[in-house]
Every structure is written in C-alpha cells, then in structure tokens.
Design a protein around this ligand. Structure first.
Ligand code: PMV
Length: 320
C-alpha cells in the first residue's frame, strides 16, 4: 500500500484564471501549457494506516499548514473511508512561489495515491481528479505541450505535441524566494467578482487558444510568442484592475521583461510568461538559451536562474 510518483510542473502559455465552479474546481477557461523537465516533485504515499491521522512531510519537514488541502485531494481520489496516509513530498525548486509547485505536487500525489490503493484509472480520469485539487495539476499528466479543454460538465485533456517534437527551452528567473501572499484560488475569486476586464478575458480566450494551438501544430515560434505574451499580460491586467488589486510582480519582474524585449530586438527567439508570482519564465529556442540565461542572470534583482527543457508526463517510480 505504498507508491511513489514524480510529476513535473507545467507552465501555461495560454492561461487559466478564474473558476466557473468553485466546489468542483472547474476552470472558467481552457488553457495550453508546457510541461517542464528538470524541475520536479516526488510524492510518496503510504496507506498502511499505521497513523491515526494523515501526516504531510514537505521537503523533510512536517507541514500541518498544507495538510488540509492534501487530505481533501486524497479524500476526493480514494474516498473518505480510506486509511490514513503518510505523504512525503520533495520538490527541487521553490514551492508556492509562482512556479507551479501545486501542479506537480497534486499530479504526483494523485498518481501515487491511486497506485498505493491499487486502483486502475486512465490518464483522463487521473487528470480530472488532480484538477479537483489544483486546476493546473491536470495538465501535468501530459508531457510536452498539453491542452485543457473546458467542456460543459468536465475538463478534457489532450496532448498537442510531445517534448521531443518541439524541444523548446525555458529559463526561469527567480526574483523572490518567499511564498506568495495570496493563493491563486483566492485571487481568482477576487478577479471574478471585481475586475471590469474579467468578462472580456473569458470571451477572448477561445481565440487565443486557437491561435496557440495552430502555432504549436506549425511550430511557429513567432506567433506562439506573440499570443503567449498577450495572454499573460491580459491575465495580469485582469488582476491589476481587481479590487483590491492583485499585483504579483516586483521591480525585477519588470526588468526581466525589458531584458526579454532587448533580446528579441537582438534577434533571439524568446518570449516571457508570468504566473501567480513574481518569477519570469523565458521560453526560447535551444540555440538562444545561453544568451537568454546570460542576459537574465545579469538583470538586477534576479536571485537565481534555472533552466529546463520540456519534459514528460507524471509517472510512477515505485510501488510496494
Ligand atoms: O492551478 P492553480 O489553481 O494554482 O492556478 C494556476 C493559475 C496560473 O498558474 C496563474 C495559470 C495557469 O493556467 O497555470
């Protein structure tokens, strides 16, 4: 009754912001993402039931603050009559800092829980279960480029292109290492209720998804770059216009954007994207990675740089 799974975080190029059903955690819009390679979260789940209650250990330290969300995830996956679980998670990158650590953690936890309980589920069902815990986690069940379609009563996941077929690189500029102040769920609800741009954001998503889907199919970097940057800035505009305003950026975030613009003017194939945190992810072609890395590492306020390629789907690494 023990299993271990690894999942990579994924970064949305066409983003999900807003929920249409809070209880079922259904997104208000579809999204398209890339699953990363070297960043990863490993989750081990022990369902032997020798504990009175669930216990969560995050990076070697007991973490009661994050336990209730993990317990809710396991209740949803296995039912509330399950044995109590010992859950150990290990991430090799900063967590809760806008680097999609909840996506990799809940994807790996869902997969490990199902394997530990010897339940047989297809990828679509696993992705939907993980999506209940964290909307973006569903996408980590697909490697490379994935699309999450927002269908009438459920989400539907599909692969648009595998990692090897378009091996883009991602340079992550860390501008703050502490955890973010507002959770994505909380921030999305503030936007839904108060941002005057929210309805326009929802209405235009279909067009951005179609543009990105076609660009990925045709490996058209320039078109993908333009629509991904537009979609990212549009999502942050929705947040900035919320009341109270939601601003995840800091001064270094803005300086990284200027660095990316300068690189583009110099002919580099690179574009930026930013999630619910101050980190900047620069997506680029392999031949431009060294220049992008070099320029971002010299940008004032950048504390650390991580580089990664596109990676695999969530996978099981052990079961006993
Ligand atoms: O999966 P959540 O509920 O943490 O929301 C993720 C939201 C964004 O990262 C900002 C966008 C996305 O589609 O991943």
């Amino acid at each position: 009754m023990q299993a271990t799974a690894i999942a990579q975080p994924n970064i949305a190029l066409i983003k999900y912001w807003g929920k249409r059903d809070l209880a079922l955690n259904l997104p208000a819009v579809g999204s398209i993402s890339i699953t990363l390679d070297t960043l990863q979260t490993k989750v081990s789940i022990d369902l032997d039931g020798w504990l009175a209650n669930d216990s969560l250990i995050v990076n070697g330290v007991e973490d009661p603050g994050r336990l209730s969300r993990m317990t809710a995830c396991l209740d949803n996956v296995l039912g509330v009559k399950r044995p109590s679980a010992l859950i150990e998670t290990q991430s090799n990158f900063p967590i809760a800092a806008g680097l999609a650590s909840s996506a990799s953690a809940f994807a790996a936890a869902t997969l490990a829980a199902v394997a530990a309980a010897s339940i047989d589920l297809d990828t679509q069902s696993l992705a939907r279960l993980a999506g209940r815990a964290s909307g973006s986690a569903a996408r980590s069940f697909f490697g490379g480029f994935a699309e999450l379609e927002n269908c009438q009563d459920a989400i539907k996941l599909s692969s648009l292109c595998d990692a090897e077929s378009w091996p883009l690189k991602v340079v992550v500029a860390i501008t703050e290492t502490g955890p973010k102040g507002t959770s994505s769920t909380e921030a999305m609800e503030i936007s839904r209720k108060t941002s005057p741009f929210y309805s326009a954001w929802i209405e235009r998503q279909v067009d951005d998804l179609a543009t990105a889907r076609k660009a990925i199919e045709e490996r058209d970097f320039t078109t993908l770059a333009a629509v991904a940057e537009h979609n990212c800035l549009k999502m942050h505009s929705v947040m900035w216009a919320s009341r109270p305003p939601i601003v995840f950026w800091n001064a270094a975030t803005m300086r990284c954007l200027q660095t990316v613009r300068r690189l583009q003017q110099d002919g580099c194939h690179v574009f930026f994207t930013i999630d619910a945190g101050p980190q900047v992810k620069a997506v680029c072609q392999e031949e431009d990675m060294a220049a992008v890395r070099d320029a971002l590492s010299k940008t004032a306020g950048v504390l650390e740089i991580m580089t990664t390629g596109l990676g695999p789907a969530a996978h099981l690494v052990g079961k006993s």
